[in-house]
Structure formats: structure tokens, C-alpha cells
Design a protein around this ligand. Sequence first.
Ligand code: C5P
Length: 260
Amino acid sequence: MEVRSYAKINWSLRVIGKRDDGFHDLETIFQTVSLHDTLTFRESERLEITCSDPSIPTDERNLVARAARALGVERVAIHIEKRIPAGGGLGGGSSNAATTLVTLAKMFRIDTPLESLALELGSDVPFFLMGGTAYATGRGEVLRQLPDVGAMPLLLVLPELHVSTAEAFASLTRFSRPAGMRPFDFRDFVNDFEEPVFARHPELRDYKQRLRDAGAVWAGMSGSGSTVAGAFRSERERDAAIARFAGLRVEPVATLSPAA
Ligand code: C5P
């Protein structure tokens, strides 16, 4: 069985404060996008993970392995064809974990709620069970679906830089007040990680500015970086922006509707 595992961006990401459990309370708007990995599942004697990207561990550190174990599934071989870069703020590992939970539950007819297993695997994993556009609080697991924004053209700029999420949280010098759930409006969107991450990696600020100069109606960093995304009025404007990023990996994508 072959299944797509989509990436996400954060339209907005406010960090509200540090909690007693070491995590931070957030207020974010998640969005699945059409960039995806492809996961192939087949029955096997034992749990076996392989990945097209040799830099990604395939042992128990891999969230796909941990998702299979969390469901008690051992007799499966899973291959990950990677397109979503690790450490890019696009939730690739979290998405792969959610895809694995959903697919294995179907394949092995396991009738158990997946939300709590998902949260144990990572703060962003529950969102990927839902997809589309969602307002999230808590660690990111208190989710409300927002109205579908349709297939909006986006350009993702993917620097080779890997940002550690834990380090990005530790580098925050101030917290935000929550904005509350409001109608979707680009003018409300901020990402609290931009300040500390742009300070260390000024080229990311420059990519955001280049997207704006190219006519993006919104541009911002995703998660704790390093991906910078821009939203465009048309595919034509989006595709014209690509020439401004010679030498960098860019991905023309579109926003996705909620998972079926
Ligand atoms: O949940 P996940 O494993 O993806 O989180 C990775 C790290 O990011 C955590 O260990 C924590 O340091 C930080 N984090 C946080 N608050 C969140 C999500 C992540 O502090 N809401």
C-alpha cells in the first residue's frame, strides 16, 4: 500500500509561555500543503524501516518505527521516500508518524482512538490526523478545523540549514499574548521564532523579503524554521518568483483541504 504523507506550514505561531512539563503553550494556525513524502507499507516477518535519505535514522529514533510500536504492530515493512527535508519546520517526521498510525490501524483493523498515541509521538502529530487549516493551542494538540482556504499557490524556500526545535524554543527571549480564534486574515499572522532564528541566520529574513518583493500576499517562516513560505494570488505570480531564488531549493506547492 502506497500513501502520501503531506508537509505543513504554520501561517502563524505565537509562543505563549513555558509550562511545568517543559513544553510550551502555543497558539498556531497549521496548514497542510501538497509537498509530500511517500510511504509504502507491506506485510513482513518483522518491523523494518527503510528511507531514501541515508541521513535519516531508521532505528527506534524514527517516528515511523515508534508509531508502529505504539499500535503494537511488528509485522510490517515501511519504506519512506523522502521529499520533505528534516529540520525544515515542515513537520515531515510528524506527518510520517500520523500517516503510519492511520494506515496501520486500517491495515491491521485496529480500532483504537489515535489522538493520544499521536500526541505521545510529538506535539505536531495530532494535527496531521486532521489536515487542512486548523487553529491549535496547548502543545498544538487542542485543534479546531478552520474553513477551507482552497488551493492557494505557495512557494516554499528550503535552505539546507537544519534548525533544532528544542534549541529554537530555548532561544526565545519573550512570549506573546494569544490573539484568539479569528477569521483567517494574513495581517494577524506572526511567527515568534522569526526574531531569534533570523538573528542567527539573516539570510532567512532576506528570503522572506524576496518573497514579499515578488508579490507574495503573505510570507513567513514555518515552525522554528528553516523553511520560509510565501502565498501568492496566482500560480503565474508564484512561478515568476522562482527566478529570485537561484541556487536554492524551492518548491511550488498548494494548500490542501482536510484529510478525508
Ligand atoms: O513534541 P516534539 O517532540 O515535537 O517537541 C520537540 C521539542 O520541542 C520538545 O522537546 C520541546 O523542547 C520543544 N517543544 C516545546 N513546546 C511545544 C512543542 C515542542 O517546548 N509545544
